[in-house]
Ligand binder design. Sequence first.
Ligand SMILES: CC(C)(COP(=O)(O)OP(=O)(O)OC[C@H]1O[C@@H](n2cnc3c(N)ncnc32)[C@H](O)[C@@H]1OP(=O)(O)O)[C@@H](O)C(=O)NCCC(=O)NCCS
Length: 378
Amino acid sequence: MATDEITLHRGLSGVYFDRTETTFIDGREGKLLYRGYNIHELADASTFEETSYLLMYGELPTQAELDDFDATLKANRNIPPEVTGIIHAVKDDHPMSVLRTAVSALSAFDPESEDNSSEATLRKGIRLTSQVPTIVMAHHNIRNGREPVPPTENLNHASNFLYMMDGEEPTPETAALMDTDFVLHADHGSNASAFTARAVASTNADLHDAVTAGIAALSGPSHGGAAENVMTMAMEIGEPENAEKYVKDLLASGGRVMGFGHRVYRAEDPRARHLRDGVRDLSAEKGEPKWYAILEAVQKAMSPYARRGIHVNVDFFAGVIYYLNGIPHDLFVPIFAVGRIPGWTVQVIEQFEHNILIRPLLQYAGPEERSYTPISER
Ligand SMILES: CC(C)(COP(=O)(O)OP(=O)(O)OC[C@H]1O[C@@H](n2cnc3c(N)ncnc32)[C@H](O)[C@@H]1OP(=O)(O)O)[C@@H](O)C(=O)NCCC(=O)NCCS
């Protein structure tokens, strides 16, 4: 069968499919900017609330704008009781599946679910930013046979998230680390989940549809699941002195070291360093310094791979931080989703504002044209 000359870009690797004004990534240098601001400055000086405003509105807020935005976030933390009922009904599923189902259900209760204007999509994105943490922690309590801890307006986004886990207010240090984690995860170009969200939005489906699909894409181990797998790996290694052999055996059997490698970065993921110090400090504070030592030992064992552009990514340190904060392994990916709602929202708005249906092509590699055989003759 005749086909035109085709250049295949499997996995769309290296393919630019649109423009964005939101996030800049230089994979060779290991550079990440949100709206022109370096992730290092934001991780050190900003908060999740301020960074979300920056992503969603394009500029850093004044104090009055930030106060107003923060008040809106706080006022939207509750979820409808019907959605809590749905969480009860599906409570035995993986937390990412429960989150996907609950976000999908939220659309039925959102007053602007049919409105795809930028203004309405932004308002929906702000509501989702507030509601997703509540869903994750409501499910955590429900599956453990407890009543959900209602959100409080007295705490910031990160503290309220941890508070809803067990009704205990986190220490300022723990809350600050969670806040940094959310800042680092707020957006990251056209990764699989953002691309999925954009593809859904390109059909003029709405933000809840796009975020539901984004959550589905994020749930896989090649994307959001790595932090969970890093913690499993650290536990299997058990002690720092076992790390070198573990890594050697894993690579010899064709396995991949979780928390290493990235489709875009050939240098170290710039987000990793902000969590590295967090793991070091937190594991010392909790009297469990071996976790930091294990990660250090894995990094050392992987150092020959740096020449091939395989470095640590953000997930390498995130999992241990969550673990040391008493968060169960299967909530690690939902935490990623909690941080990513602003990024998905702003990318969906960008998609709507310059919309074109995302519809690439597949090169046919099946049988030549052939005649249909009636079933009696097969
Ligand atoms: C993230 C990831 C899927 C990106 O993959 P990719 O861009 O498609 O790169 P490839 O799968 O083509 O890998 C390129 C080469 O590097 C190797 N490589 C990539 N990541 C590796 C890892 N974590 N451990 C060991 N080797 C790795 C591959 O084996 C491959 O080697 P080869 O050329 O000899 O076959 C991949 O690095 C990975 O699976 N990492 C572990 C999971 C993870 O941490 N994900 C979180 C990402 S933020």
